[in-house]
Design a protein around this ligand. Sequence first.
Ligand code: PLP
Length: 388
Amino acid sequence: AWNFSAGPSVLPLSVLEEVQHDLLNYKGHGMSVLEMSHRSKVYGDIIADAEATLRRMLKVPDNYSILFLQGGGTGEFAAAYLNLFASKLVRDKQRKLGRQLNCDYLVTGSWSTNGLKEVQRLGGKPNVVVNGVVSAESGKISYTSVPAVTEWKLSNPEETAFVYYCENETVHGVELPQSMVVDAVDPSVPVICDMSSNMLSRPVDVKRFGAIIAGAQKNMGPAGVTIAIVRKDLLERDDDPEITCNLPSVLDWCYFDSAGSMPHTPPTFAIYVCGLVFKWAEKQGLDALERLREARSKLVYDEIDAHPEFFLGWVDKRYRSGMNLVFNLPTSELETQFISEAAEHNMLQLKGHRKLGGIRISLYNAMPIEGAEAFVAFMKDFYAKNHK
Ligand code: PLP
């Protein structure tokens, strides 16, 4: 079957086969990775290897730490805010200014909305720099495009702790070009980016970010592990002991950094599988994965554009996601029929997000081009049989 789930998503077949092969007796060590102490030498090598592969592949500079965390992307919404406001960099800047700094949020869909809400929940007052686009006719906000950079209401750099955005909105199918935000932000202000659903789908210029956060379960491995790549100066803490005390250990980047991501029991098996996916991705090469992602998504978007009165894509073409492709059909009955007939052809998990409905096809790293080809053949057939 072709699994077009938005996540947890498909893993490369060769990785699953290797996991299966080693499941009961990991490389002759007499036990499964599932049963292994995280303090053992064997496991120490597994996590070190995973980190080293990711670092090599993404060309992560030495002044960045790679952390394996728990709590998902959602945990990192809080962690990013709390850690940045506990950092010496932000505290020093605040002292100089004589008041609390702003943090700027670009809201481009439901995941950045969730990131923003998490900060509000913690009592923060994030500054909303962008909030979707406003329709000229209805005055309503929609997450179908991104306003021009000239319309962003970025705070003065001296007054800003960080700028936050989500690069690929998994639900709304909106993806921002990587340089768009980092080019717009003053280099003195750290940019924090949620790359949960497009990490490893293309090269990343890590040095332009303060921190990158990403749940693993789309492109990197199983659910249960979350990755943060953090510039080391942001891990320097202020002397004020109250600050660190206010930060729960499991959200504290420094706590993880000082103990090789293992201050407590890590999600051992998920990290092990991630390590195998990293090796697989490194072998493909990020440039090749990017070409594949462009080729896969182009096939589907071309078909949408061939029949715009039937396949109703709603995202501005400039910001269409290469990972999560969303569209409607003329009626909800046709959508239900599309999803169930696709399933009969072994194309699964195409139902749009519960908030939006419609169709969503997710094309993550492990999806070969043949998956997109099969889907497009089905679209053509469905169109031929059902358009008026
Ligand atoms: N950010 C993005 C872009 C996501 O797609 C998701 C989940 O789908 C999250 C954050 C939240 O991740 P989690 O479910 O691991 O908390």
